[in-house]
Write a protein that binds this ligand. Structure first.
Ligand code: GDP
Ligand code: IMO
Ligand code: MG
Length: 419
């Protein structure tokens, strides 16, 4: 199969980047199709930790091409920082890094707006990454965004930025406007070699039978339509979003790989039925080093919620699962999995509700499984795992109704078990 996708199926931070990095050794092209620098994708490379916000997680594989598709929103200044850090590690970009000319830019004003919107009312706060993502996507669908293809003309940039500022009720000074236009035009000049009309390039790759891997950002429960609205991000994170964000036929995706963390985490506000507020939650947070890769905020931790996870499996059409961070559960005596919810009228619910505010009023129903004490970070095969760890994996497989083909037992490439 030559076209695959790796998608986060929970609230983000499922360990997608590690899985993409592992699978990228066997592909030709890795494509980020949505999100922006709200993503924090961590890879260990030569024992050094790298967190990517925009660059696809295939970049450490020298021969692989990495692409940012039309559905991504790019903060040019952030991209500069990331590229520089990689160039210092002798990673090259020329000829193997491309950006669709249709990409919309995240401008400084979008970050100001993100900050401002978050400060308007405490109970309407989303807990965003403050990277300007929501406002940038909003401008994109309002049809006023600055596109990569605008970067060649200072006149167009000046015009559009002035309009965007007025649209949002801001007055941008001549001086600030001049500096921003110069900086963007300079970015455009320096990066010109990477700009492509992506749908044609993808078509070429497909005709040449190249292996393509789509890298999701965020997670399905943060999808702008199907997540816990309004506590979501502003892009389409699910499999259905790939084709429309890239510009190719959805019929061409051969396999969708879902990444599920062995427990749940969430950063920012929003419902989280299985959240733990006790010492087990703190233990998971500590053992999993659960602090946001982008903002450093502590991640809320909780038990695996099979109702939400199964919903993700369904809406994405996940073919196979990768279960990550299983090592983090070592040393927990009893591990719980939520298998249904009970609502205020004592009805048992097995469906993820459309109105996610209902999740604040339901009670999760758990099954309990025996834990394991052994450190599993160096286990190399499924058979090597402690019996209770195998039992846990098998139970999640049964609940998701798809095969678990990859188990991750540590952040490094070689801490990956293929089944
Ligand atoms: P992503 O956004 O889905 O790519 O995930 P993040 O990079 O934000 O967060 C995942 C974190 O877990 C990172 O610090 C990874 O290095 C780390 N990680 C990935 N897989 C494993 C694993 O199997 N075990 C452990 N202990 N850490 C892992
Ligand atoms: P990766 O790709 C986890 C969350 C934010 C907030 C909500 C909206 O690393 O999995 P935004 O800045 O997108 O407007 O914030 O979405 N969020 C993430 N949570 N992982 C991410 O990305 C996230 N990107 C955004 O915390 O709750
Ligand atoms: Mg992350």
């Amino acid at each position: 199969m030559s076209i695959k996708a790796v998608l986060g199926c929970l609230y983000g931070d499922e360990g997608k980047a590690k899985i993409v990095d592992v699978l990228a050794s066997d592909v030709d092209v890795v494509i980020r199709f949505q999100g922006g620098s709200n993503a924090g994708h961590t890879i260990l490379y030569d024992d050094n930790k790298f967190v990517f916000h925009l660059i696809p997680s295939g970049i450490f594989h020298e021969k692989q091409v990495c692409i940012l598709a039309s559905g991504v929103v790019i903060d040019p200044f952030q991209l500069d920082v990331e590229m520089k850090a990689l160039q210092e590690q002798s990673i090259t970009f020329n000829g193997r890094f491309f950006i669709d000319e249709r990409v919309s830019l995240v401008l400084p004003i979008h970050k100001v707006l993100d900050e401002k919107n978050e400060g308007l009312s405490k109970d309407k706060m989303i807990g965003t990454t403050r990277r300007g993502i929501g406002p940038a996507y909003a401008d994109s669908v309002s049809r006023i965004a600055v596109k990569i293809y605008d970067l060649h003309s200072k006149d167009i940039l000046r015009n559009k930025i002035e309009y965007i500022s007025h649209f949002h009720g801001f007055d941008i000074s001549k001086n600030d406007l001049g500096i921003l236009v110069d900086d963007l035009a300079d970015f455009g000049n320096r990066m010109k070699w990477s700009f492509v009309n992506l749908p044609y390039k993808i078509d070429e790759y497909i005709k040449k039978n190249k292996k393509i891997l789509f890298e999701g950002a965020q997670g399905s429960l943060l999808d702008v339509y199907f997540g816990t609205y309004p506590y979501v991000t502003s892009s389409h994170t699910i499999a259905g979003g790939i084709a429309s964000s890239v510009g190719f036929s959805p019929k061409k995706i051969d396999e969708v790989i879902g990444v599920y963390k062995s427990y749940f985490t969430r950063v920012g506000e929003g419902p989280f039925p299985t959240e733990l507020f006790d010492e087990i939650g703190s233990k998971i947070q500590l053992q999993g080093n659960e602090f946001g890769s982008t903002t450093g905020r502590p991640r809320r931790c909780g038990w695996f919620d099979a109702v939400s996870a199964r919903y993700s499996t369904m809406i994405n059409g996940i073919d196979v699962a990768a279960l990550t961070l299983l090592d983090v559960l070592s040393g927990i005596d009893i591990i719980k999995i939520c298998i249904s919810y009970t609502d205020e009228n004592k009805n048992i619910l097995e469906h993820f509700p459309a109105d996610s505010s209902m999740l604040n009023y339901i009670k999760p129903n758990f099954i309990e499984l025996p834990g394991w004490k052994e450190d599993i970070a160096n286990r190399k095969s499924f058979d090597d795992l402690p019996e209770n760890a195998k039992l846990y994996v098998k139970k999640i497989e049964e609940l998701l109704m798809i095969p678990i083909k990859i188990i991750s037992v540590g952040p490094k490439r070689d801490q990956t078990i293929f089944i």
